[in-house]
Design a protein around this ligand. Structure first.
Ligand code: SF4
Length: 462
């Protein structure tokens, strides 16, 4: 990951001004929430499912070293190659070397946020390799030189008209803003790339330690083409994406589509166990699994370890009122929404990403929605605490908190403050509060305070 070139404030302000995006995000959130509620009601015992899933993830992360060893040994037994990459540069160097070794000219890619995180496309382009994203959303984003705005719906912020304009430029003719027609163009354009590609790169939803397999879920069928048509297949995965066995996978894969899009199941769950075997008709001749750390191990053994339990369903964004208003780009990193606000500062560095800890209303909706029970809003509170402890430029915030604490501890000061708040010149905020009020209404103080009402109606009674 790297720092965006705009400040957090500019990104938020742009997000707030994008009326189309705000409208569409609101509708998608409402739709997903309704779908999710129905589908979980049908599943029944939701809290038991969540508890089991949380236990599986916590157990795996607590024993990550052992499961990583088991996973990598089994991959090699299956005829695959494993590489551990400490950071983005190491991962990119390894994949570049595989590409060079096989004289790769064209790569097709599918389903991977980690490759966004490590800027793999740029690294491959640097050595003269053409890269084509094949998930429809990622394809749109790539053609428009944009960034994903949601973990599971990367192009959610684009209208049909915008997609038609983007595709028309590529097609060299005007395409109608019609979903069928646009889908047809993408299919035809990408089909040729699948057949031409020398290398396929995918992400990985889960790695199964007991068998050395990777499991990738999708709705479009392009994962199967990406992983089986080219001569070489490279899987790039975060080091935390493991499950001990197929039994635990069953639980997580039952929750993932339900939490992500409110679907009972996904269209495709592809399990890959190695390269093509002697009698196989298709599949890659060579199979590599690149396991990426890139800041993840910094969370191990800390109070934030549970953030590694995330299964990237995006449901925390689907319920977050802040995400609804500012949109995914405002978070600035690859991972947006509440989980992005938690893991980006932790995997990168807190001082540079400190504003993200404050991009939350702390309503707790994200924690309640998370299928693996990550205490997201509690982590955001912890991060705020860490920011104020470590950051020098939050002196004013500490002072405001201190003054508020003193005022509320002394009844006469508190009452004086309440009276002052009702003065006309304070009804619209000034100073540091002015920025806060730019996009929010300052609630009007009550005409009469509760204390005054009590005095008036109850006299001296206590
Ligand atoms: S934090 Fe929880 S809700 Fe958010 S993406 Fe991860 S698993 Fe899903």
């Amino acid at each position: 990951m790297s720092m965006p070139n705009q400040t957090f404030r500019t990104r938020v302000s742009e997000g707030l001004q994008d009326a189309y995006r705000r409208n569409v995000v609101g509708k998608v959130q409402d739709y997903f929430r309704a779908m999710r509620n129905n589908i979980f009601e049908e599943l029944g015992n939701v809290e038991e499912w969540r508890e089991r899933a949380a236990q599986i993830r916590s157990h795996t992360i607590e024993n990550l070293d052992a499961y990583l060893e088991m996973f990598s040994e089994n991959i090699q037994k299956n005829g695959g190659h494993v590489a551990f990459a400490a950071d983005a540069a190491e991962a990119n160097r390894y994949i570049q070397s595989v590409a060079k070794q096989h004289e790769v000219k064209t790569v097709v890619k599918s389903k991977s946020m980690v490759t966004e995180e490590i800027h793999l496309n740029g690294a491959l382009e640097d050595i003269g390799v053409e890269v084509f994203e094949t998930d429809l959303g990622e394809f749109i984003i790539q053609l428009d030189n944009d960034r994903p705005s949601h973990i599971v719906g990367p192009a959610m912020h684009k209208s049909k008209q915008q997609v038609a304009e983007i595709f028309s430029k590529k097609a060299g003719e005007t395409l109608p803003a019609d979903a069928q027609e646009l889908g047809r163009f993408a299919r035809e354009y990408l089909r040729d790339k699948f057949f031409r590609a020398d290398m396929g790169i995918t992400g990985c939803n889960f790695g199964v330690a007991e068998s050395g397999s990777v499991v990738i879920v999708s709705n479009e069928g392009n994962v199967e083409m990406t992983s089986s048509l080219p001569r070489v297949h490279v899987v790039v995965m975060g080091m935390e994406r493991l499950v001990p066995s197929w039994e635990e996978l069953d639980v997580l894969i039952s929750l993932l589509p339900r939490s992500a899009t409110g679907q009972r199941t996904i269209s495709y769950a592809t399990a890959i166990h190695g390269p093509k075997r002697e009698n196989d008709l298709d599949g890659p001749e060579e199979w590599h699994v690149v396991i990426v750390d890139n800041g993840r191990s910094k969370l191990l053994g800390t109070k934030y370890q549970q953030a590694l339990n995330c299964i990237r369903c995006g449901n925390c964004s689907n319920v977050c009122p802040v995400y609804r208003h500012i949109g995914g780009h405002a978070y600035g990193g690859v991972y947006n929404g509440p989980i992005g606000a938690v893991i980006t500062p932790l995997m990168e560095n807190l001082p540079e990403w400190k504003e993200l800890a404050f991009a939350s209303s702390l309503c707790g909706a994200c924690t309640e929605a998370c299928p693996v029970k990550i205490p997201l809003h509690e982590y955001l509170i912890e991060l705020r605490h860490d920011v104020t402890e470590t950051s020098e430029d939050t002196w004013s915030e500490r002072m405001v908190a201190h003054l508020f604490g003193t005022a509320t501890a002394h009844p006469s000061l508190y009452e004086m403050g309440q009276k002052a708040a009702r003065l006309p010149f304070l009804s619209s905020a000034a100073g540091p509060m002015k920025a806060w009020q730019e996009n929010r209404d300052l609630p009007e103080p009550a005409k009469q305070t509760f204390r005054d009402w009590w005095r008036q109606h109850k006299g001296g009674e206590r």
